[in-house]
Write a protein that binds this ligand. Structure first.
Ligand code: CP
Length: 333
């Protein structure tokens, strides 16, 4: 394995084997496995979990890491090809990324994309331009339309709680005061489809997942015995649900238009996940969220603090799952 950019780059069996490795490293730590190895972490966007879990995971395997956050202690980095750099950015990714790569054995990059053009973001135009500059092992720390590390940790969380392989996985849109990226909804949908689940994307009108993302997830579902559909009918989606995965994302009907998005979402503050949502769900239905979550805006306290919430386990699994990714990238077998 040389790159971890998208679960879809792997066969289902390869992901299952990666999760087996994560469980092995969880049960039997290998504190010297990556001794002498260095991980570079380049963050164009904020993070708590991804940043801390990669640093901690690398340290727990005996390696070390460095973090660059352009504009915070290092130069602002220009990402646009052909830019006339007479503004704030003093360094271009075309120099900066190869320089960073020359200092480390693997590089992780977080770059959300510009949220202006749906086609560009679905095509990962900006992220691909950066990754093309590298010949080192590479990890997607979250791009415009993907978050494979979150998806891998979420898959492990579903396994940890023995959620049935064919169980009903409801990805529910949740309210947020502004438009957020498609990366987690896309990755969670694909992950659950690849796991073989009955995936239902529950969202208000105007927030449907883009057709290419649904088609990709349906191909994964077809190969694993799962299914994928969308609905705006909450009662229909939540009946018998084994998992409600709450997530906020921007209007796809008004992608790149914050004013139109804001007008649409202003009437949707009722999309805050409450205990009453689970009335017809399976008795042990779990609440998942990748975090960070706005309490009593996206998910109510009563759910986050109640027994069905597994958000802390998801976050902890970030480190464990990523240790398996690092191990495969930097040690091989
Ligand atoms: N879920 C997640 O990626 O968290 P951070 O944005 O804090 O890294």
């Amino acid at each position: 394995m040389n790159r971890f950019l998208d679960l879809a780059d792997f066969e289902r069996d390869e992901i299952v084997a990666l999760l087996d490795l994560a469980r092995r490293l969880e049960a039997r730590p290998e504190p010297h496995a990556l001794a002498g190895k260095i991980l570079g972490l380049l963050f164009f966007n904020p993070s708590l979990r991804t940043l801390a879990s990669f640093q901690a995971g690398m340290a727990r395997l005996g390696g070390t890491s460095f973090v660059i956050t352009p504009g915070q202690g290092s130069y602002l980095m220009e990402t646009r090809l052909g830019a006339v750099m007479n503004g704030a950015a003093a360094e271009h990714v075309r120099e900066g990324i190869p320089v960073l790569a020359s200092y480390c054995d693997a590089l992780g990059i977080r770059a959300f994309g510009e949220a202006r053009s749906l086609a560009d973001d679905l095509g990962e135009t900006s992220f691909k331009a950066m990754t093309a500059l590298l010949d080192k092992p590479l990890i997607n720390l979250e791009s415009a339309a993907n978050h494979p590390c979150q998806a891998l940790a979420d898959w492990k969380t579903l396994d940890d709680y023995a959620v049935p392989r064919g169980g009903r996985f409801v990805l529910s849109w949740a309210y947020h005061p502004r438009a957020l990226p498609l990366a987690v909804p896309a990755a969670a949908t694909h992950m659950a489809a690849m796991r073989g689940m009955e995936v239902i994307v529950l969202r208000p009108e105007g927030f449907g997942l883009p057709a290419p993302l649904l088609e990709k997830a349906r191909r994964a579902a077809a190969a694993s015995g799962g299914s994928v559909r969308e609905t705006a009918d909450r009662d229909d989606a939540l009946a018998g649900a084994h998992v409600v995965y709450a997530k906020e994302w921007g209007s796809t009907a008004h992608y790149g238009d914050p004013e139109a998005d804001a007008r649409l979402r202003a009437a949707l503050t009722g999309w805050c996940v409450r205990e009453s949502w689970f009335a017809r769900a399976a008795p042990d239905c779990r609440l998942m969220h990748c975090l960070p979550v706005r309490r009593n805006t996206a998910v109510a306290d009563e759910v986050l603090d109640g027994p069905r919430s597994v958000v802390q386990r998801e976050a902890q699994n970030r480190m464990i799952a990523q240790m398996a990714v690092l191990y495969r990238l930097l040690k091989g077998a």
